[in-house]
Design a protein around this ligand. Structure first.
Ligand code: 13P
Length: 253
């Protein structure tokens, strides 16, 4: 059975006191509830050690929002896979559309980062998804296919099994417009089929594919009920424990 996951991407939000408060609230929630999915957060990297200190028993997974494609050296502002491993972080988001839009991330650089993360025993959460123009032009299936193949198909079967994929249609991120459960399911099944064609059904069946893009307490349950949707990568609604916990309960309902 593949993992069910609800992950919160905090993006560039919260000062240190606010971050600590939310982490403590999430930890309390996690201790008091028997969640039917894993709960992960990707706070700003400044707060990763704070998260690791608070979540002493690994109650909540701790992920960075990005990591470098380089091992070490003169790369101002970057953090490496090795650094993440050294604080016992669980992994990193890779290829989020905001990194693609503002920081020249592309599928080839993602491929390098994914390999590096896996090499250090970190879980890469590979984000992909089409833009509004690509969706309107009917290219979404092809775009996601290319993204998946370019970033992941140099991996061995053993490696790709350890990757988590987050399908996040760019037009649904932060817009309040969610892909319908059917639209999301179509792409998730498509991604799984592309992987199955290269690596076999058994491998494809083990890979968790999360949906991201305006997941809220009132639509989480329906989205998570789709057969190929294994959870969500949540932006805005991950910033308040009331909302995030209701989304987590999308799996209990
Ligand atoms: P929103 O949930 O705010 O649309 O953001 C989704 C996202 O980008 C998560 O990585």
């Amino acid at each position: 059975m593949r993992k069910k996951i609800v992950a919160g991407n905090w993006k560039m939000n919260k000062n240190a006191a606010e971050a600590e408060e939310l982490m403590i609230q999430l930890l309390e929630y996690k201790k008091q509830h028997n969640t039917l999915c894993e709960v992960w957060i990707a706070p700003p990297s400044l707060y990763l050690m704070m998260a690791k200190d608070l979540f002493k028993n690994n109650e909540i997974g701790v992920f960075s929002q990005d990591m470098s494609a380089q091992d070490s050296g003169a790369y101002t502002g970057e953090i490496s896979a090795d650094m993440l491993k050294s604080i016992d972080a669980d992994g990193s988001l890779i290829g989020h559309s905001e990194r693609r839009q503002y920081h020249q991330e592309n599928d080839k650089s993602c491929a390098v980062k994914i390999k590096k993360a896996l090499g250090k025993g970190l879980t890469p959460v590979y984000c992909n998804g089409e833009t509004l123009d690509q969706r309107k032009g009917g290219q979404h299936l092809d775009v996601v296919k290319t993204q998946t193949e370019t970033a992941l198909f140099d991996l061995s079967a053993e490696e790709i099994k350890k990757v988590v994929i987050a399908y996040e249609p760019v037009w649904a991120i932060g817009t309040g417009e969610t892909a319908s459960p059917e639209q999301a399911q179509e792409i998730h099944a498509h991604i799984r089929k592309i992987i199955a064609e290269k690596y076999g059904e058994e491998v494809a069946d083990e890979i968790s594919i999360l949906y991201g893009g305006s997941v809220k307490p009132d639509n989480a349950k329906e989205i998570f009920s789709q057969p190929d949707i294994d959870g969500g990568l949540i932006g805005g609604a991950a910033l308040k424990v009331e909302d995030f916990s209701k989304i987590i309960e999308g799996f209990n309902a």
